[in-house]
Design a protein. Structure first.
Lengths: 127, 127
């Protein structure tokens, strides 16, 4: 496979192993010093051990499914359908792999629902 | 150029023309029946004319810069640095082009900053 196909595969496998809580497999996808960032809270986790623990300890009955993925060289963007208990939300994830194909950086965004501002009702429909 | 390179270019040009308020050029990048969606507010705008008006009327001194782009076939994901007045934020945009290379679908996410939940301070640093 080419680099883009490898990146697409590892990005998808990352989500699948999280969903299956397959920590052993997830470990094999990450560099030792993987960096995980959440820009909305300005939080950063350094290293595979801490990142695995973060996921093992993450509260709630969470489930992840890849809705869409685009890969380009050693970077991929994922759009996830997330379910936490009864709540459905979207997540946007950027993944970067190193030259060996291991994930070295993950950036997670969790956009929340909000009410639209007034003044554009003449242009939009709701879904 | 191949399809991916074309998609990467049109996705970048879309942001650049918005930033320059170059409505004439922006028009040439879009299909007649382009669909623009904001999943956080469940708003949808149908058609190039309404979408152009939405952007022309959008309030505030907004500025857009492409931080990152990944393209893959006829889809691209963009991570934008946005500035509205003094406020800096991120936007995540998914763009799909038709077989002629025109943008037929745009999905915009605007993740907002929030305070991290308690209980993970032992794993994270703040930036």
């Amino acid at each position: 496979m080419d680099e883009t196909a490898d990146t697409r595969q590892v990005a998808t496998a990352y989500v699948d192993t999280l969903e299956r809580r397959d920590w052993a497999r997830l470990t094999t996808l990450l560099t030792d010093d993987v960096v995980y960032e959440m820009p909305q809270t300005r939080e950063r986790i350094r290293g595979r051990a801490a990142f695995l623990r973060f996921n093992r300890e993450y509260p709630g009955d969470w489930h992840l499914r890849v809705r869409r993925v685009v890969a380009d060289g050693r970077s991929a963007a994922l759009w996830l359908d997330v379910r936490v208990g009864e709540e459905a939300l979207d997540a946007l994830v950027w993944v970067d792999v190193d030259e060996a194909g291991l994930i070295e950086r993950i950036t997670d965004f969790w956009p929340e629902a909000y009410e639209p501002p007034a003044g554009r009702e003449h242009l939009v429909e709701r879904f």
